[in-house]
Design a protein around this ligand. Structure first.
Ligand code: MG
Length: 379
């Protein structure tokens, strides 16, 4: 028995919300389709996607090897048939047809399907119906006897030539799954026990429920603090914005004290040292450099740790210039650097009542806080 998996991932998935089709959306820090591929652990995996989804798939798979990628058709059945042709060309004798939107596939379900496939042309995982069923409408209709009813999941397993012949012979309306096509062609479909984690991800709430079984988002907060000296003849950069002022800040790079404090706050969430260890002041390449690149570097490191920046807060400490007129320009610039909604970027200012070095106008201080969520697997 040469078994291959066929993942049907051609849907547009609008009901899950967001602008990304649900098969490419992240689930617990990994794209849904990547989880589905990983679940087949070692079996050759063929994938069917929609036209124009090639780049999204490549991004989501992040280097995972798959046996083939086929562009699907207008309806699910067209996509399945295109995928089955690719599976046939690979020399497989049996196929597990799986919906990408059921990424949490236990190995035990695959093993149960393969065990019965030795003696059967088809097999599907099912779960009993536990809720009371009744006819709907504007008011409740008659209760339907649920004895003998079951919920059918995927993967659906078939002898390859049998399911291809069944699809070739199908003349009905749009089938809801492949087992329906198989039965219409006289194929006996055996039942194995499914698994609640296989329930389809349809709505945004399904993602939250599925994520809760995998792990949890843990919030980390870190702070940064920086000071630069105010001097004549320097330009003044604050929060990535150049501000006309009598003095400017001197020091490392463009001396943007706000972006330096922010960079340190971001680095703090991954305990990755401070801005000076990533961009040493002694290194001439950072002289006069725009500080936005330091913020972007920290954001990339966080992304590599599968962190999600959710909020940043920057407080400038100075008597002058007035920050208020520049606040929204700074928020916009920081939001752009972090790929964050501007509503999640706070810029504030305070004086020290003319006390201390900020009070005397000798320098500007800044403190920043960053809040980042990181995915942690359940033990
Ligand atoms: Mg600095």
């Amino acid at each position: 028995m040469q078994v291959a998996a066929l993942i049907v991932a051609a849907g547009k998935g609008e009901r899950a919300g967001g602008d990304v089709p649900k098969q490419f959306a992240p689930l617990g820090g990994l794209p849904v389709i990547a989880r589905a591929v990983d679940a087949f652990g070692g079996l050759p995996v063929h994938i069917v996607i929609g036209a124009g989804q090639e780049a999204a798939l490549a991004d989501a798979l992040a280097g995972r090897a798959v046996a083939s990628v086929t562009i699907g058709g207008a309806e699910r059945r067209d996509s399945v048939r295109a995928g089955l042709a690719a599976v046939a060309a690979s020399g497989a004798t049996h196929v597990l047809i799986h919906d990408a939107a059921r990424p949490l596939l236990p190995r035990a379900v695959i093993d149960r399907l393969l065990a019965v496939l030795e003696a059967s042309e088809g097999a599907v995982p099912v779960l009993p119906v536990v809720d009371t069923l009744a006819n709907g409408g504007t008011t409740l209709g008659e209760t339907v006897d649920r004895n003998g009813l079951c919920r059918i999941q995927t993967p659906q397993a078939f002898r390859l030539d049998a399911i291809i012949a069944a699809h070739d012979a199908w003349t009905g309306d749009t089938p809801t799954d492949d087992a329906q096509v198989a039965r219409a062609h006289g194929i006996d479909v055996a039942l194995v026990t499914g698994d609640p984690t296989l329930d389809k991800l349809t709505h945004a709430a399904d993602f939250a429920r599925a994520e809760a079984t995998l792990g949890r988002w843990q919030t980390r907060t870190a702070t940064g603090f920086d000071v630069h000296r105010l001097e004549h003849g320097e330009s003044l950069w604050l929060g990535g914005v150049e501000i006309a002022h009598t003095h400017g800040l001197s020091g490392h790079s463009d001396a943007d004290v706000a972006l330096h404090a922010l960079t340190d706050a971001l680095l703090g969430t991954i305990a990755a040292g401070d801005i000076g260890s990533h961009f040493p002041p002694s290194d001439p390449q950072w002289r006069g450099a725009r500080s936005g690149q330091f913020v972007e570097h920290a954001a990339h490191l966080i992304a590599a740790h599968r962190g999600k920046i959710v909020h940043v807060d920057v407080t400038l400490i100075c008597e002058a210039p007035k920050i208020g007129p520049h606040r929204d320009a700074m928020r916009e610039r920081i939001a752009a650097l972090l790929g964050l909604d501007i509503a999640r970027v706070s810029v504030k200012a305070t004086t020290t009542e003319r006390l201390g070095f900020t009070g005397r106008g000798e320098g500007i201080g800044c403190q920043a806080a960053a809040t980042v969520e990181f995915w942690e697997w359940r033990q």
